[in-house]
Ligand binder design. Sequence first.
Ligand SMILES: Nc1ncnc2c1ncn2[C@@H]1O[C@H](COP(=O)(O)O)[C@@H](OP(=O)(O)O)[C@H]1O
Ligand SMILES: [Mg+2]
Ligand SMILES: [Mg+2]
Ligand SMILES: [Mg+2]
Length: 355
Amino acid sequence: MAYEKELEIAMLAVQRAALLTKSVYTSHTKGTLSKSDSSPVTIGDFGAQGLIIASIKHAFPSDEVVGEEDADDLRSDAQLRDLVWDLVQTAKLDDASEEEKIGGPISSVEKMLDAIDSGRSQGGPSGRIWALDPIDGTKGFLRGGQYAVCLALLVDGVPTVGVLGCPNLPISDDVVIDSSTGAHADSGEGKGVLFAAVKGEGATSRPLTSGALAEGKKISMKPLEDLTQATVCEGVEAGHSSHGDNAAIATKLGVTKPSVRLDSQAKYGSIARGAGDLYLRLPVSKAYQEKIWDHAAGVVIVQEAGGEVADAWGKPLDFSIGRTLKENKGVVAAPKSIFPKVIEVVKEVLDAKEW
Ligand SMILES: Nc1ncnc2c1ncn2[C@@H]1O[C@H](COP(=O)(O)O)[C@@H](OP(=O)(O)O)[C@H]1O
Ligand SMILES: [Mg+2]
Ligand SMILES: [Mg+2]
Ligand SMILES: [Mg+2]
């Protein structure tokens, strides 16, 4: 299989980082800061980024990483840095040989800060570049909702390997979830799933474990002939995608079921395994540029499960031009068979708006 080692390292790295995020969720300190764009970041985000970049650099020293976070706040705040360092030292896979594959523990605070700061690649059109979102859906994470640890390998600007660790999603591929019920606030038995895909090789899901990888099983999108029976997934945060436009599109498509709101790339994973059908992310502002780490892993997983992903105008997402998808607006994902119909309706709704 192509990219076998990359996939294994990515899955183990995400699994170890997911353990760290879970330990933050159950502890009383989240160390939440507000970033310059007033979005939240926690000690979990910093710690997970450090662990994952250390894993990548151990296995593939010359690869670049575009990571969401950097260590500036930790370098200027010793208390915060110590909290992250404690977490990073504690998060270990319980299988020594698997832990070894991702480099074992980070050996010093300095090395941890350097690892976090190694996510500063500017991205681009050539070579091997990893896109990392250590906690996607930080707001969901803080609410006890959905979040995902997301890692993708871009090869010459194309998402080629994708891994999503979703600690609060049900393991079973058959469950349709509704975050508005708060049913996923705890991450007890039966929850925690790891989605993975390699371009051209299909997509899988498996239970998220604390050691060796569980056996994966192939996933695919639900065959959907009747749009009235479709389930639309959208974000919880009205500030991240337009609930009004998403609803207008669903209505025009003839969708009769209520939308399912989930934070993070758990939306991509959910539709890829047929626990939902469409993902709509209509822009709320003209100025916002989607970030590559918010989509790269989910896109390859949905594509490999039989779906298509593009922006709201039907334009393919361009991951080759830097840290953002600046040539795209919004995101739409759907099974291939109905994708053209969905894009047609999305355009009608957008055309009717004043931009
Ligand atoms: N105005 C905006 N429009 C679209 N996405 C936004 C946004 N502001 C923040 N985001 C992104 O939305 C992501 C979460 O997506 P969702 O709403 O689907 O859960 C955030 O990821 P982080 O939580 O990693 O920061 C952040 O990058
Ligand atoms: Mg963020
Ligand atoms: Mg994100
Ligand atoms: Mg994030």
